[in-house]
Write a protein that binds this ligand. Sequence first.
Ligand SMILES: Cc1cc2nc3c(=O)[nH]c(=O)nc-3n(C[C@H](O)[C@H](O)[C@H](O)COP(=O)(O)OP(=O)(O)OC[C@H]3O[C@@H](n4cnc5c(N)ncnc54)[C@H](O)[C@@H]3O)c2cc1C
Length: 325
Amino acid sequence: MTVLVLLEPRCKLTDSNLTTVSAAARLARRLGVELHAVWPGKKVEDQLALLAGLGIRCLHSVEDGVLPQFSHEAWVPFLADLARFLETRLIVAPSSALGKAWCAALAARLGAELVQDCTALEAAGDGTPLVEKPLYAGKIVAALRLVDSPALVTLRPNTVPLERTGEETPDIQFHSIPASNGLCIIQDVVWFAAGTVELAEARVVVAGGRGLGGPENWPLLRDLCDVLGAALGASRAVVDAGWIDQAHQVGQTGKTVSPDLYIACGISGTIQHLAGMRRAGKVVAINKDPAAEIFRHCDYGIVGDLHEVVPALTRELKARRQPVA
Ligand SMILES: Cc1cc2nc3c(=O)[nH]c(=O)nc-3n(C[C@H](O)[C@H](O)[C@H](O)COP(=O)(O)OP(=O)(O)OC[C@H]3O[C@@H](n4cnc5c(N)ncnc54)[C@H](O)[C@@H]3O)c2cc1C
């Protein structure tokens, strides 16, 4: 029996891939089974240093270039066969667009149960995998036992800590698979990110809402992002208004973020927005309406006009970063 992790073929493995491995490794230890992982990209050797000490026994890959990196048609049958061959108890992937899509297709192919978007992965007293999943825009958290085998789980970024226990690297096993004669041909992959810091993985997020007044005012928040090394988030109202791209949207129909610090600027705090950021460590809200709902969900509230508060905050943070002579 094994636990199997699906990694994302990114230029560099992100924190959410590595923490997914950590969570799966803890479970594998509890079950007393081996942890295996699949690298569905090229140059598997380049990933070994990042994956050292995470408890992976074997890293599975196919010869470079044989399977196109993002092709469902090519990868899903291979993953299903591998999971069967390894007698996999649980398949775990990051809760990213690719992780969720592959797990859905794999669950259908394996006839297995799947829980997407989980925030915790543990083992119950009898060794049954146990997950937590927020429901109803995060109003309740369901604890679910995954009784059937195999089962599949996707985990949200930043919800479990990264644990390295040594420096040992996984063995690599190459698989040779005939090239797919499928209908889908991937010609090119263009990476699109909502800024230099990946929103879903950021430790600090500065987010703007309708209180910003218009798209011409984003530089106010971008300056604050620069000084904090933060990613820029947005409410759906400003995305719908065309002030910023949807890649920045936080909330029920946008991205879920779990940073250490979330600064909400001119955001009222509707349930749909809170659904995307309620797992932030500390929340700072800046709003000119003292009765705004967001103040009921923050650790620090600043009642004021963001056009005055945000530049003052940025100036102060910059000043504090100046080396003392
Ligand atoms: C099915 C569904 C899914 C949804 N999904 C999402 C989602 O994923 N994410 C999301 O965000 N929303 C989502 N929404 C929309 C959500 O209900 C709200 O409409 C939206 O979040 C409001 O955005 P906002 O807070 O920017 O705007 P508003 O609610 O208009 O709030 C603006 C705030 O700015 C304050 N303000 C105004 N001027 C200033 C100033 N100068 N300085 C400081 N404060 C100021 C105001 O007091 C107000 O509190 C969804 C809605 C539905 C129905």
